[in-house]
Design a protein around this ligand. Structure first.
Ligand SMILES: Nc1ncnc2c1ncn2[C@@H]1O[C@H](COP(=O)(O)OP(=O)(O)OP(=O)(O)O)[C@@H](O)[C@H]1O
Length: 258
């Protein structure tokens, strides 16, 4: 008991294995993210990045290994308001007519539960919309938004709960440059405020300066865990294509990732 204790990890995944259909997608993944840390999960298409983060929040059951969130085993974890999750490229519209503000406000439900929203709740929703630069469009229908704006709405929805841990799956995928800059700035603010962040990325790109640690997956195994390898910041090394299924333009190159 003499040594100063390191801060309790916010995410602690140990020896995680998972299968989807007949396919083993995670083969013993260790992933630890400490409080206030910004970690990037990198890897080629199909390496298991999305499956790993979905396992962290219990959307994909593990066949082996363990996950703890804020020091609590996942099966006992109930404090979901502490976790904001932005899934990979979904739409905020969902076929139901809703305004930007309504969609973002739905992200606050994990805090309000069954009580009526109060002033602090409304302020958190307004602030989340402001952070992603959509204040002037708050009353517009989400069905009229571009892909990048959709993504900003989904991120604002996650931020509305003021999460301590923010998990985002390829937040920059298919997002126009202007929205990318706003998202990077939003993330900078969150990180500055002490939020712990886990990002799935296929390249570090504009977010590189924010990343403390990179964890690289290959075929369901961790092949690197440490400072972001330099080559990952650029579209480096020829012959290593990562083709993003959602990218409209030419394939991005991700160097060490494949
Ligand atoms: N529902 C499913 N049933 C069977 N296999 C699946 C299912 N979903 C994903 N897979 C497979 O599991 C593997 C890992 O998928 P995952 O989405 O975790 O990879 P990823 O690293 O996030 O890839 P990407 O960069 O393409 O998003 C892939 O080979 C994928 O085809």
């Amino acid at each position: 008991m003499s040594e100063p204790s390191t801060p309790e990890p916010v995410i602690s995944m140990r020896g995680a294995t998972a299968t989807l259909g007949a396919r083993t997608v995670l083969r013993g993944v260790d992933l630890t993210v400490g409080r206030g840390e910004v970690a990037a999960l990198l890897g080629a298409n199909g390496s298991g990045k999305s499956t790993a983060v979905r396992s962290v929040i219990g959307q994909v059951p593990l066949t082996g290994g363990t996950v703890e969130l804020f020091g609590t085993p996942l099966r006992r974890f109930r404090q979901w308001a502490r976790v904001g999750y932005v899934p990979q490229r979904t739409t905020a519209a969902g076929g139901v007519p809703a305004t930007i503000r309504e969609v973002v406000a739905s992200g606050r439900l994990s805090r309000t539960k069954l009580r009526l929203p109060g002033r602090a709740d409304r302020a958190a929703v307004d602030r989340a919309i402001e952070l992603v630069g959509l204040s002037d469009r708050a009353k517009d229908s989400v069905s009229a938004l571009s892909g990048g704006q959709h993504q900003r709405v989904l991120i604002a929805r996650a931020l509305a709960a003021e999460p301590e841990l923010l998990i985002m799956d390829e937040p920059m995928a298919g997002v126009d440059l202007a929205s990318q800059e706003i998202l990077a700035e939003t993330l900078r603010e969150q990180v500055g405020a002490g939020t712990t962040v886990l990002l799935v990325l296929h390249e570090l790109g504009a977010l590189e300066p924010l990343i403390d640690r990179a964890v690289v997956l290959r075929d369901g195994c961790v092949t690197h865990d440490g400072p972001p390898p330099e080559a990952m910041g650029q579209h480096a090394l020829p012959g290593h294509d990562h083709v993003h299924p959602h990218a409209a333009s030419e394939p991005a190159r991700t160097g060490l990732l494949t």
